[in-house]
Design a protein around this ligand. Structure first.
Ligand code: GUN
Ligand code: FE
Length: 425
């Protein structure tokens, strides 16, 4: 055991499986070299010499994973929420993302994003930047300093967007991507690249072919968008008439899971064939309920994805989603699933809080490995929540306090955070 090992004392809530919450009041969580050695009611003798951080009375939960967030959109979160996806991209997203050509602006905006991500309950995130190489590297520098574990993508987009944001062709988009990969290779401990074609409408066939080559050469994970909105789906069908469904258009280029570890955001409107292929290829679904509500996209059939054993976690999708909080996304996932069940399809039961919490911790965390639980062997990502100001005369169990934390936590309630066994504040 090195000096990196320690013990956290407090009240714990975490998941071992989607259906149940594990709770321990007044327990000891042992972190050995950044990995959980389990939670104990009485600290076992081999650990007596370790330093103890005493958070008695505080609620300690695993760090949350944001599987899908756009860093350059954080500046306009909570604004421009009255449009659907394609009009919203033109009116708000592309003009804002164009500003990241200016490194002063990028530094200011990304500094705020990285600072807020650090202070919240998220410990891992998969992040879209923009098509600007320098600004993307700046974002990676800032994220590395936070102590969070992140995957960051320089966005590729060479068609169907205004000149001021479009890359000047497949060849130069691919070339810039390689330059970005070479310049950041080996530079960071916690910040890694992820290949990020924006979505099918933004990428020519030639670009997709070149990106697939880069994926294979650099063994990169991949992130993109899938079956988010009706108009988008119809457009993909026009652009790729040979594809049987939206996901098939990625698959045609070998960019739909399998060898490449892949996250697809949304999957609100996926057909049976698409769902079957995602399952076969181990594609991760980033469920983004708040974004799907704000952009009137719909409600993904998360109960089905969960019960059929697909890989799935939660995303904030800022600025489609207005909140950066994945605890908020847990509550939104439950609430949206209830509306879907009540209004749309009574064969799919609503999610429970336990299930949605599992999605936000273990479900998304598994993209990063053994992450998102306190069970022995999991990497030690922990968030200490101070719920003492949520006053009530009720006697609450630890499970009750987790449920309230999901519905009522604000950023200021995070008292301390640990990532891979390192305290980051
Ligand atoms: N599809 C393509 N680009 C975007 C984006 O920036 N946000 C969302 N929600 N969907 C997209
Ligand atoms: Fe998105």
């Amino acid at each position: 055991m090195n000096s990196n090992s320690f013990v956290l004392k407090g009240d714990f809530c975490y998941s071992r499986d989607p259906r149940h919450l594990e709770t321990v009041r007044d327990g000891f969580l042992v972190s050995v070299d950044g990995v959980s050695a389990g939670i104990y009611q009485i600290l076992p003798e081999p650990y007596w010499g370790l330093p103890v951080e005493d958070w008695s009375g505080r609620l300690i939960i695993p760090g949350l994973t944001d599987l899908h967030v756009h860093a350059p959109q954080y500046a306009f979160r909570g604004l421009g929420m009255d449009l659907e996806l394609l009009d919203w991209l033109e009116a708000h997203v592309f003009p804002e993302e164009a500003k990241y050509r200016d490194l002063d602006y990028a530094g200011k905006a990304y500094g705020i994003f990285a600072g807020d991500l650090k202070r919240g309950a998220t410990t891992r995130a998969c992040i879209f930047a923009t098509a600007h190489t320098e600004a993307t590297e700046l974002l990676m520098d800032l994220l590395e300093e936070t102590g969070l574990e992140t995957l960051v993508g320089r966005v590729n987009m060479d068609r169907n967007c205004p000149d001021f944001i479009r890359e000047s062709g497949a060849r130069s988009s691919a070339k810039e991507t390689v330059r970005w990969l070479e310049e950041t290779s080996g530079k960071y401990r916690r910040t890694r690249p992820i290949l990020t074609p924006r979505f099918i409408p933004s990428c020519t066939d030639e670009l997709m072919e070149r990106l697939a080559e880069i994926q294979r050469e650099y063994h990169l994970p991949v992130q993109s968008h899938l079956s988010e909105n009706g108009g988008e789906g119809a457009w993909v069908q026009e652009l790729c008439p040979a594809s049987r469904f939206y996901g098939d258009a990625y698959d045609a280029f070998g960019l739909f899971g399998g060898g490449a570890k892949t996250i697809m955001a949304h999957c609100v409107l996926s057909c049976d064939e698409e769902i079957a292929l995602m399952k076969e290829r181990g594609v991760y679904i980033a469920h983004c309920p708040q974004s799907n509500t704000n952009l009137s996209s719909g409600v993904a059939p998360v109960r089905r994805y969960l019960d059929e054993g697909l890989n799935i976690g939660l995303g904030s999708d800022v600025a489609g989603g207005s909140s950066l909080s994945i605890l908020r996304a847990v509550a939104d996932a439950v609430q949206c699933s209830k509306l879907r069940w009540r209004l749309l399809d009574q064969t799919l039961a609503p999610l429970t809080v336990a299930e949605a919490f599992w999605l936000g911790t273990v479900g998304g965390g598994s993209f990063f490995g053994k992450v998102g639980s306190f069970a022995p062997g999991y990497e030690l990502d922990a968030v200490v929540l101070d719920d003492s100001h949520l006053k009530t005369p009720l006697e609450l169990s630890v499970g009750d306090r987790l449920e309230r934390a999901v519905y009522l936590t604000e950023e200021r309630d995070v008292a301390a955070k640990y990532v891979k066994g390192q305290k980051i504040f």
